[in-house]
Design a protein around this ligand. Sequence first.
Ligand code: UDP
Ligand code: MG
Length: 344
Amino acid sequence: MTTEDALLQLPARPGRDSGHRPAGGLLSVVIPCHDEEAVVAVTHARLVRVLPETGMDFEIVYVDDGSRDGTLARLETIAAQDGRACVVELSRNFGQQAAMSAGLSVARGDAVVIIDADLQDPPEVIPEMVRRWRAGVDVAYGQRRSREGETAFKLLTASLFHRFFAGLMPYPVPVDTGDFKLLDRAVVDAVCRLPEKRRYLRSLVPWAGFRHEAVQYDRHARHAGETKYSARRLLGLAADAVVISSDKPVRLTWVCAAALAVAGLTAGLVAGNGGESNAGVSLAAVVAVACLVAAVQTAAVAIVGEYVVRTYREAQGRPTWVVRRTLNAPSARQATPADTARAA
Ligand code: UDP
Ligand code: MG
């Protein structure tokens, strides 16, 4: 019998090799929290009710991102009453992206779900994400079928930005998705190993590759409390996301340079062919053209400056977040079978 024949006669092995994952294991849920005192207790109750449906052991990692209200006190109570809840207290507000990355770095699960604290993303979708993961998908991302409680302006700008952003990326980036997703351990490790400090997970996770699949769901209105994103903060986040994820804006300056060169050459040809001098050209028109050219050049310098600033920040090498304290820290808890398997 040839080796090929022998291979053909081997029974299909269950487990990761065939794309299916065995039952059991540990599921981590990472939740960034900033000023969420009105909702964290309800969120915890909803999670512990629904997570047993996954058939996995679970841990819930709350990252307190410099809350100024009673969020931390509520999280301390939750951690004192439930050993499955871990609290990572950051030393100040570092922003949602940093908070999620901090949570990913301590999560020990075979699969890790990221979810907002405000119950806009229903925890009841998690068992379906776990089912997709078991079937072999590495990233099961929530895709919004509908969005309750958002203004028409926010819906339109978010939809336009998602499509614009996806168009900029050289790899597929799903639209109408947020940070609500399940990641396989291999994806979490790949993302956590990236050395960059300024992190935008919505482009880092697709960058990592692996097998992605959408899980459709209806996004609810916030259970309580207020959004942490003013229009100004959203705009800043969008600009940051684009500049740290893509070099296309700086390349756009070549297009501007080419357009200006074509305009200049055309004007030169017209002048060379005896185009009118002075007559009909007002001073205002000359000033308008000069201002336009100066604006394009200033914008080009500013775009380059945005990249220089981010390069400078990366060169400084400051950590993305600082931990003040951890409650029910994973290392202090009992090792799970997942830990033992990973250590082996
Ligand atoms: N968040 C955070 N740090 C911040 C801002 C927000 O950890 O600086 C958390 C917040 O508590 C919530 C999630 O990020 O769990 C999403 O924030 P929010 O619901 O305000 O955003 P929206 O859904 O309105 O876009
Ligand atoms: Mg929200």
